[in-house]
Design a binder for this molecule. Sequence first.
Ligand SMILES: O=C(O)CCC(=O)C(=O)O
Ligand SMILES: [Mn+2]
Length: 191
Amino acid sequence: MAPQVVLLHGFAAATGDLDAAVELVSAAAPFRQLKTPGGRLMSAAMTSCGACGWYSDARGYRYERLDPLTGQPWPAIPEPFLRLARASSEVAGFGTYEPDTCLINRYVPTAQMGIHHDADERDFSQPIVSVTLGAPATFLWYGPSKRGSPLRIRLLPGDVLVWGGAARKGYHAVQKPEGGTRYNLTFRKAL
Ligand SMILES: O=C(O)CCC(=O)C(=O)O
Ligand SMILES: [Mn+2]
């Protein structure tokens, strides 16, 4: 795709156990729409699993060890998630991977994600593993600068996109899903 951005087309194609795991996580830690530090409601609904979960409100972007909605620890990362994340990192050439959090994004047909990079983690030596389930969407890869015309990557259900190394802090965005609800699993080593 771009240096150190690897698309594993259809790598998560048998998604039955992944869908079940999304249900399991969201039963314990419900999807919710977070607010940006500036007070704007994000269009994608989110939840997390793992030792910590990504969170945003007036206090800023950060990782929380307890889910602020329930006061409970986030659910553990389900085994099928972990197996997929580890295998994806290996196959993409980034080697052994021990993510400690998985953010689950749910995009209804009007939801999207603006240009940003993933920079709230302490560990940038580990890649990001990003899985598409449900409806397809176009992912925009900008790379080191927010400016310029991005690489357009159409992500189908079962596609896994992995970026790391020099690309770890690359800027990216996601357009609205096409024809239904899209789920995205974003694995990170945050702590
Ligand atoms: O939905 C996606 O494909 C990417 C999500 C993302 O970039 C993020 O959660 O930081
Ligand atoms: Mn991101």
